[in-house]
Write a protein of this length. Structure first.
Length: 125
């Protein structure tokens, strides 16, 4: 299940993705998505980061979301038609662990933020 629509920008430590909430998409009910789904948007944005960094390799690294700290939801729902920007900035990385500071915005309006911890397989062999 892919929820993000587009990888907008990626560098060695930052990633930006875009998603438009569409009717019929996973988690949409009554024209809205619970803001808690922002955690999945964050996880998929970080996955896009690692996918982009692995783009010239024959195989991609695997990874998983380990948890979140300081999750702040500044709205209850996102609505069908909302164009959202999801960004992640790598705070630290050591071995196969990393932490990202993520934000979700609708235009300039901050709607959610968190620090997420991820486990990734590292460099493919």
């Amino acid at each position: 299940m892919i929820l993000i629509d587009e990888l907008v920008h990626c560098s060695a430590s930052e990633v930006v993705c875009a998603v438009t909430v569409r009717d019929g998409a996973p988690f949409v009910a009554d024209g809205r998505v619970p803001a808690l789904v922002s955690l999945e948007y964050f996880a998929q944005t970080v996955a896009a980061f690692y996918g982009y960094l692995s783009r010239d390799r024959e195989q991609f690294t695997m990874g998983m979301l380990l948890g979140t700290r300081e999750l702040e939801l500044l709205t209850d729902y996102f609505h069908v038609g909302d164009a959202l920007t999801v960004s992640g900035h790598e705070l630290w990385s050591g071995g196969n662990l990393a932490q990202f500071r993520c934000e979700l915005r609708r235009g300039p309006e901050l709607l959610a933020l968190a620090a997420i911890s991820v486990l990734h397989a590292g460099e493919p062999s």
